[in-house]
Design a protein around this ligand. Sequence first.
Ligand code: FAD
Length: 406
Amino acid sequence: PPRIVIAGAGHAGGSAAAFLRQYGWKGGIALVGEEAHPPYQRPPLSKAWLKGEASAESLALRPARFYAQQRIDLHLGIRVTGIDRAARQVQLSDGRALGYHRLILALGARPRSLALPGAGLAGVLALRGTADADALQAALGPGRRLAVIGGGYIGLEVAASARALGAEAVVLEREARVLARVAGTALSRFLEAQHRAQGVEVLTGVEVEAIEGEAGSVRAVRLRDGRRIACDTVLVGVGAVPNTELAEAAGLDCAGGIVVDLAARTSDPAIHAIGDCTQRPLPLYGRSGRLESVPNAIEQAKQAAADLCGRPPPQPEVPWFWSDQFELRLQMAGLAFDAHEAVIRGDAEAGGFTVFHLDPEQRVLAVEAVNAPADFMAGRLLVAKQARVAPELLRDPARSLRDLAA
Ligand code: FAD
């Protein structure tokens, strides 16, 4: 019987295997993953898991028995080392080859590394998998001092978790504000203030020049302006690089990610690609981009599984993302490309607020909510509908957003 091979057993790959069965695929499914674990969720690794508040079972994407029940063959601890498109087979790190009728690449991304003096010292860490999270957790506690290079979501979440574990934390950001790449100014400023109130030192507009050590272990981070930030652990959180090497070597179109369409098809009709490793269309915004989120991994897993089972592609979704820091629940939807105006509803002092990003025609492009789940849900609908709404209406607490979105 024909077999689908899924290369990469992370959130996207694991979800694709499940959707294939749900949509009626009767042939074989082989899920090949480099990590030793069946597919698991990464979001808790910087949040609940790091703080010791989540069990190993709660990380798993599906219970262990699911794979046998669904006839999904797991090949774990095994790397795909090559793709032979002509022979339709993948080479594995254990020397075997696995033939495929269709191949799904779900290879994810890896932390970007910094080519800095001292980057190889003990105590300089990155965070992608459970082993990374365990090493980080062991380094955090009372009397410890963490320096986070990069004020992105992962860096901020780890700084917040470090405080919860009793460690000191300092965030070093090169841009003028944290989250400069992914959030609006209001949200950045709010989070900087929250982190400072919780005892995190936040330095923006600073460039790291070197990491300094003693006897092979990190002792400080040196900034270009000459300042020396003492620490015993460094987390490098400066973004992720898509794992495109296998696809490039096989001659698939790649451009900052493996290029796919809305059915997750690559430039080879026998190969799909999904998740963090892809460059995908963003139909709401008339361009393409690479999304690094669980909702995107699931959406593209559905696209690939639907296509492979002869179903029509699912309706495109609004990109969305969440983050937890301290007692804050952040939810973001849409992308603020070409945003013209930011409208704030609610009151940060009172606990919850939402930022709407509008284009010059007052179309809602994106929404960012802090402890405001109902406004987030309504805002996401406004983004999906590309609704045009006057700022006064969005700002007016007496107006129901649900009615505006209806
Ligand atoms: P991955 O989950 O990375 O899976 C790819 C898998 O492929 C990996 O297991 C990798 O080892 C394997 N692999 C790579 N190359 C090969 C090969 N050659 N052969 C075999 N296997 C291979 N998203 C959110 O939406 N909300 C959050 O709050 C959030 N928090 C996050 C916190 C952390 C600390 C991290 C690291 C990520 C977070 N994300 C969050 C992002 C989210 O986890 C990713 O977008 C998601 O995991 C992407 O799924 P994926 O399957 O594409 O990649």
